[in-house]
Ligand binder design. Structure first.
Ligand code: MSP
Length: 541
């Protein structure tokens, strides 16, 4: 197991949900992946920090079994096909991970059985008969009061998916026993679930209704495609019990030896999930951990959903946005930027091509324009940096002040903002409020554009103006250098291209090098004629 970053420190362990393999990925799945990837990249912008990131596919259960049956292929074949698509999506969209886990992996199956045995021996699992409405699509039983009838069909009020009545013998996990303990834990840890409205909702639900024990198996006659219950081949393990344990499997070298953590040097995780699976992660999962004597996750981050022109994306409506398609049309970085700029944790966001194009244009016109301007062969970033290092700009305010006081004012605002930017972005990244980080970042880009527009360095052609001109280029270059380092988690390819063009030493592309004018040494060759454009046209089609 390779942890990215320095060894010996507890890494930030980030997980994404593992994805169902009944169909190919859509943009919502990409969004879940990006949340973890972007947070991880922000962490490792500090070379003293490390991360461990996992993603993967959820491959058992009735849903997969039914689709495989319909397509007349063995379930494992269906899993192999779609699991590969998720893996490809991760690679195409620059999502870096330490392990791509599949619930059909051998070590996962043995971890699930081990945990089952442990809970069974502690008398926390028992067998009983069970009747209820089951939604195959949600892979969950739906309480009677959560069911409605539409056009003669019973559906879940929450997900709108069809439910069928099932009466069978199941194994149950004693969820109810831990209800008070979980309420106590959540109350003591106000950041355990973010955003706040999700925290409040979960706590309210937990306090207002008694938890029922959780059915954690199905008869093999109904569910064949699942992990066999230890010592009972008539039953298969419920897909959610199986799936949640993936987060433990990836730490299993230590977990394999003893059930109770503390802890591998990776556990506990920070877990990204979408709002539709919050009950599984904020109620069932912490209780499974409590019952097993394992410390709870550091945080559960619940993100909202993407709609398509106002409608929920669904296969039946035919309005699912294919992430591979849009990445093909635009660059990966634009998609990453667009999804983060136009969303927040609490409210659903709307996907539209119009909005995507306008985001791409805005980025090109402001950030791209600034980069292109300073890279012009009429200027020299290298000379500007050298003049600064030789102390030639000490009297520059006097020179500028004579002609242009408003320029000094904008410059001060810009440098002050640039000084503060890493701190404000740090807060927003750690809160998973990526759109706020982007908006702070963009304000600085706009200020820098304003600064250059007022200074008009392209008009400064005479020898006497050389110092002024190079100073303007220096301030703009420092803005570009710092902003480009800070936007790396969201736009890793654009960031690399620009920093390569500016000739910034790869060792200096981190949070220890985001203070303006501090030990700067870059720019060689940055203004050469014919040099590759650092900012490729973002819209390809
Ligand atoms: N297999 C379960 C998760 C098990 S984790 C132990 C599952 N899979 S899923 O493929 O249906 O969904 C995976 C993730 O994609 C979830 O976090 C879900 O919220 C997210 N999204 C699905 N549709 C989405 C949007 N339209 N928008 C944003 N995220 C969406 O649930």
């Amino acid at each position: 197991m390779k942890v990215r970053g320095l060894k010996g420190l507890k890494p930030l362990y980030l997980t994404t949900p593992i994805f169902y393999v009944n169909a190919k990925p859509h943009v919502g799945h990409l969004y879940s992946m990006l949340f973890a990837d972007i947070r991880a990249r922000w962490e490792t912008l500090n070379p003293k920090k490390s991360v461990f990131v996992t993603t993967g596919t959820d491959e058992h259960g009735l849903k997969i079994q039914n689709v495989a049956l319909k397509q007349n292929i063995p379930p494992k074949e269906l899993c192999d096909i779609h699991s590969m698509e998720f893996k490809k999506l991760a690679s195409l969209s620059g999502v870096d991970y330490n392990r791509f886990i599949r619930t059909t992996d051998e070590d996962h199956i043995s971890t699930v059985k081990k945990l089952w045995n442990f809970l069974y021996e502690k008398d926390l699992i028992y067998k009983d008969s069970h009747n209820g409405w089951y939604s195959v699509n949600d892979e969950a039983f739906v309480p009677e009061n959560q069911i409605e009838e539409v056009d003669g069909r019973k559906i879940s009020k929450e997900s709108k998916h069809e439910v069928v009545y099932q009466s069978e013998t199941n194994y149950f996990f004693k969820l109810s026993k831990f209800q008070d303990q979980l309420i106590g834990y959540i109350e003591k840890n106000p950041d355990f679930i973010i955003p706040k409205n999700k925290y409040d909702e979960i706590l309210k639900e937990l306090k207002s209704q008694p938890l029922k024990d959780l059915s954690i198996s199905r008869p093999s006659s109904r569910l064949n495609w699942g992990i066999e219950v230890p010592n009972d081949s008539e039953q298969r393990i419920y897909v959610w019990f199986d799936a949640l344990i993936n987060y433990l499997t990836v730490c299993s070298p230590v977990f394999g030896q003893k059930i109770s953590f503390p802890d591998t040097d990776i556990w506990p995780p920070t877990q990204v999930i979408g709002k539709d699976i919050s009950r599984f992660h904020c109620v069932y999962w912490p209780i499974i951990l409590m019952a097993s004597g394992i410390s709870l996750p550091e945080q559960i981050v619940v993100h909202s959903h993407w709609l398509n022109d106002g409608f929920k994306m669904s296969k039946s409506l035919g309005n699912v946005v294919d992430p591979v398609d849009v990445i093909g049309k635009y660059s990966v970085d634009v998609i990453r930027y667009f999804l983060m700029q136009n969303s927040n944790l609490s409210n659903d966001s709307n996907y539209s091509d119009y909005q995507l194009v306008s985001t791409a244009n805005n980025l090109t016109n402001k950030f791209g324009n600034l980069v292109t301007r300073i890279g012009s062969p009429n200027f020299s970033i290298e000379d500007s940096v050298n003049m600064f290092n030789q102390g030639q700009f000490t009297d520059v305010d006097d020179i500028i002040g004579e002609s242009n006081a408003s320029l000094l004012q904008v410059r001060d605002e810009l440098l002050d903002g640039l000084d503060k930017l890493p701190y404000s972005m740090d807060k927003h990244f750690k809160d998973f409020e990526f759109s706020k980080a982007v908006s702070e970042w963009f304000k600085i880009i706009e200020l820098a554009n304003q600064f250059v527009t007022i200074a008009e360095p392209w008009k400064l052609k005479e020898e006497k103006d050389l110092k002024f001109k190079n100073y303007v280029i220096l301030v703009a270059s420092e803005t570009v250098r710092i902003c480009t380092i800070l936007i790396e988690p969201i736009m890793p390819n654009v960031s690399k291209r620009i920093l390569d063009r500016l000739n910034v030493n790869p060792e200096n592309r981190n949070v220890f090098h985001v203070k303006p004018f501090e030990e700067i040494n870059y720019g060689e060759g940055a203004n050469e004629k014919g040099a590759e454009k650092p900012f490729e046209k973002l819209e390809k089609a």
